[in-house]
Ligand binder design. Structure first.
Ligand SMILES: [Zn+2]
Length: 345
């Protein structure tokens, strides 16, 4: 639509007048209308099946509301950077604090040390791991740092560990030239992801790991983006898209595939070997999508409560029914049907 010059001039005069009258104090940003119609909030799995486009938005929105409500992080942490290392993230506290605010109701304030290392500091980082576990260290833990950073160009990933008594925690994060170009490493998602694992561990206590493998990686992957991009839905969508990646086109998950993935027929045991038959990325991307469904329905605290109830001795399936009000088998069937629609809008 064209606007006449005269109209622009008169508008300019009005704006000037208003500014003059208010002494230019009005700096409120102009609100822009959302670029899409906000879907109705889902109140049941049936609602999401009927209206699958409510899932992603409400998962993000309920998480954003939680972070806005919980204004102060309770995370207790220190940061250490290897002597020859430049950490990928110049503001590591940002992601940690946002994850703490997202799950504040579950914050047990386990003192956590975040350790950054580049390839040239692998031995230094491993020494931190060795010191953390002391004599209780397992053989595979003696290779923790070198495993995630075997060479300059393959130096990727991070790992979170909690002590057996849950009184301390350590997170090691690799840094590299690649990492310094990657939003996941520079904007805070990786810290939020790892700190979410610390909160999960603190809830699960002696039942650590007695949940489906997709539950803890999926929740941490969801949290990494929901926490960091709580103030920008477009950015959340972009980050989620990079997690989902090619899943939808390569695997093309249908209801049957998803049902088996969520709840393997043979059941699952500690360590989650039932998921070994899938590409390693699936526990992250499909896990994140499942977490979105659960969060859209009952908020971010509901998924962390699964860890809490398992930590109190309940089976995962019973915890699920207690929180979401439906039997596990029905829940699995509903989630599988909803996700097929979410993946194929
Ligand atoms: Zn993880």
């Amino acid at each position: 639509m064209r606007t006449s010059k005269k109209r622009i001039t008169s508008l300019f005069v009005i704006i000037l007048t208003v500014s003059f009258l208010t002494g230019c104090a009005n700096t409120e940003p102009e609100l822009t209308a959302p670029k899409f119609e906000i879907p109705a909030e889902p109140k049941s799995f049936e609602d999401m099946l009927e209206n699958p486009n409510s899932v992603v938005y409400w998962a993000w929105k309920k998480s954003a509301d939680q972070i806005i409500k919980n204004t102060t992080s309770k995370a207790e942490f220190t940061i250490e950077v290897g002597p020859k290392t430049i950490a990928d993230n110049t503001n590591p506290a940002g992601g940690i604090n946002l994850a703490s605010r997202l799950y504040l109701d579950f914050e047990k304030q386990i003192p956590t040390k975040f350790v950054y290392f580049e390839r040239k500091d692998v031995d230094w980082a491993q020494a931190q791991v060795n010191k953390f576990y002391g004599s209780a260290i397992q053989d595979w833990q003696k290779r923790e740092a070198s495993k995630m950073c075997p060479s300059e160009i393959q130096c990727r990933g991070a790992s979170a560990m909690t002590s057996f008594d849950k009184k301390s925690a350590l997170v090691i994060l690799s840094s590299s030239d690649w990492g310094k170009q990657t939003k996941n490493n520079t904007e805070g998602p990786i810290e939020a992801h790892e700190y979410t694992h610390i909160i999960q561990d603190s809830q699960q206590g002696k039942y650590l790991g007695n949940l489906p493998r997709w539950q803890f990686e999926g929740e941490a992957t969801f949290a990494q983006n929901a926490a960091i991009y709580f103030d920008n839905y477009e950015k959340y969508l972009e980050a989620r898209e990079s997690v989902i990646g090619t899943l939808v086109y390569t695997v093309k998950p249908d209801v049957e595939w998803l049902t088996e993935f969520i709840s393997p027929k043979g059941g699952y045991t500690y360590g989650g070997a039932a998921w070994d038959k899938y590409d390693g990325a699936r526990i992250y991307d499909v896990g994140m999508a499942i977490t979105e469904v659960l969060t859209a329905l009952a908020g971010p605290s509901s998924t962390m409560q699964l860890s809490q109830l398992v930590g109190e001795g309940l089976s995962y399936e019973k915890a699920f029914t207690k929180i979401y009000g439906v039997e596990w088998d029905k829940g699995v069937s509903m989630i599988a049907q909803i996700l097929v629609k979410v993946f194929n809008p």
